[in-house]
Write a protein that binds this ligand. Structure first.
Ligand code: AMP
Ligand code: GLY
Length: 431
């Protein structure tokens, strides 16, 4: 099988790495890829949103299966474009990808199907006065969200009503997120701990992957600015067996059934962002793709042939029993460029990658890197995802293993959090 993976981050590196292990796979291509991916796949200089170019490439290279990493091409309809021309592709249709592409759509969907989520109302940009009145009816803190895709930045948590009014001005009048702010959602703030759950589904049958937790803030102790994610671990002990049953019954099944009933069966990977509240698990958001960095810990724990699983989903014939999950732990520590998530420099040579050995249970997934001459150099804010895969579910040891590997890698200005996984240990060993 010839597979084309679309994207260039740690998520795509982890997918390429796992797909490469399949005996069914002869060749992997990645558009556009990065320095690390380039060691496992042939990198093709095409942008993920260049749907026409990607289709042409799939035709010329007789690609058997395309796997889409990031949300934008999905929301823009890459799956429909490929399927109309008879090409197999893993991911949701344009209609189904609205679960991520439009927050108004996803909130209305949850309300219609009684899926637990934060109370909300949505408004057109032209109804800013009504939106401001609505703010006065709910207790702060409250959350203001731009409807469309905003590279993870369209959610503003507001401590006061004044802040919320300013957030509305920012989104609607100043158009901080462009047309993504043509509609907005205002919702209640949910308190609790977050977890991510990935569901692989062909629209009817589904399999759950290991639960995971991301670390969104730049500084230790979950302080400082929001980032794309500074590290992750799986499984997340906060998602107990019992809670998972509740999530399946109240969230996973009603979501998949609801999408089918509404005439847009969801196929691909559904990412459910959960808040574990005192009233039980609630949906914070849906994403129409794998999450990053969570994929870097969840995918290595899959005990199964990912190429066969993706192909089965693309052909609507998933056998959920082929998706097993190792009872082990995985921890990913993101090494970032100094200054990230604000300004940072690139082009710094990365040293020490040759010291990391798979037999020690560590894999380094590349995010923002490129090849210059024979060297890998930094090319983004998040540079590497140093991932330790435990042979047992001993999380503490796996965390130590990840950090031991991080210490062997250097580049000018390398920054990482030193507390990835600490939150989980607290749950495993309650004080
Ligand atoms: P979203 O893109 O909707 O997931 O929001 C991004 C992040 O904002 C989530 O991962 C949460 O950390 C936070 N968030 C979103 N909605 C809420 C909410 N209703 N209450 C608390 N935090 C939220
Ligand atoms: N880890 C968050 C995301 O992928 O959206």
């Amino acid at each position: 099988m010839k597979i084309l993976v679309i994207g260039s981050g740690g998520r795509e590196h982890a997918l390429v790495w796992k797909l490469r292990q399949s005996p069914l796979v002869k060749e992997v291509y990645c558009a556009p890829g990065n320095a690390g991916i380039g060691q496992l796949a042939l990198c093709v200089p095409l942008k993920p949103t260049d749907i026409k170019g990607l289709l042409k490439f799939a035709k010329e290279e007789t690609i058997d299966l395309t796997v889409v990493g990031s949300e934008r091409p999905l929301v823009e309809g890459i799956v429909d474009a490929f399927e109309e021309r008879g090409y197999k592709i893993f991911g949701p249709s344009k209609a189904a990808a609205r679960l991520e592409g439009s927050k108004v759509f996803s909130k209305n969907f949850m309300e219609r199907h009684r899926i637990p989520t934060a109370r909300y109302r949505s408004f057109e940009a032209s109804a800013i006065d009504q939106a401001k009145k609505y703010i006065n009816t709910i207790e702060p803190p409250l959350v203001v969200k731009a409807d469309g895709l905003a590279a993870g930045k369209g959610v503003l948590i507001c401590k006061s009503r004044q802040d919320a009014a300013a957030a509305l001005d920012e989104i609607i009048l100043q158009k901080a997120f462009g047309s993504a702010g043509n509609q907005i959602v205002i919702e209640e703030f949910l308190d609790g701990e977050e977890a991510s759950l990935f569901v692989l589904t062909d629209g009817e049958r589904y399999a759950l992957l290991a639960s995971a937790q991301d670390h969104k803030r730049i500084l230790d102790g979950d302080l400082g600015k929001n980032t794309g994610g500074m590290g992750a671990y799986a499984p997340a002990p906060i998602v107990t067996h019992e809670l998972l049953q509740t999530v399946v019954e109240k969230i996973v099944r009603p979501t998949l059934d609801g999408m089918r009933q509404d005439g847009m069966p969801y196929r691909g990977c559904l990412y459910i962002g959960l808040m574990m509240t005192q009233d039980g698990p609630k949906v914070l958001e849906y994403n129409c793709r794998f999450g990053d960095p969570e994929t870097q810990v969840v995918v290595p724990l899959i005990d199964g042939d990912l190429a066969e699983i993706f192909l089965a989903i693309a052909e609507h014939r998933l056998d959920a029993s082929t998706v097993r999950v190792h009872s082990a732990a995985a921890v990913c520590v993101v090494m970032a460029s100094h200054g990230y998530p604000d300004e940072y420099q690139t082009g710094k040579q990365i040293f020490g990658l040759e010291n990391i050995k798979a037999e020690d249970g560590v894999v380094v997934f590349h995010a923002g890197t490129k090849t210059e001459g024979n060297a890998a150099v930094t090319s983004g804010g998040r540079v590497l995802g140093v991932t330790a895969i435990g042979f047992t579910n001993e999380l503490e040891q796996t965390i130590r293993n990840a950090y031991r590997a991080v210490e062997k890698i250097t580049f000018d200005g390398a920054y990482y959090r030193s507390d990835i996984g600490k939150k989980a240990l607290k749950h495993l060993r309650p004080q």
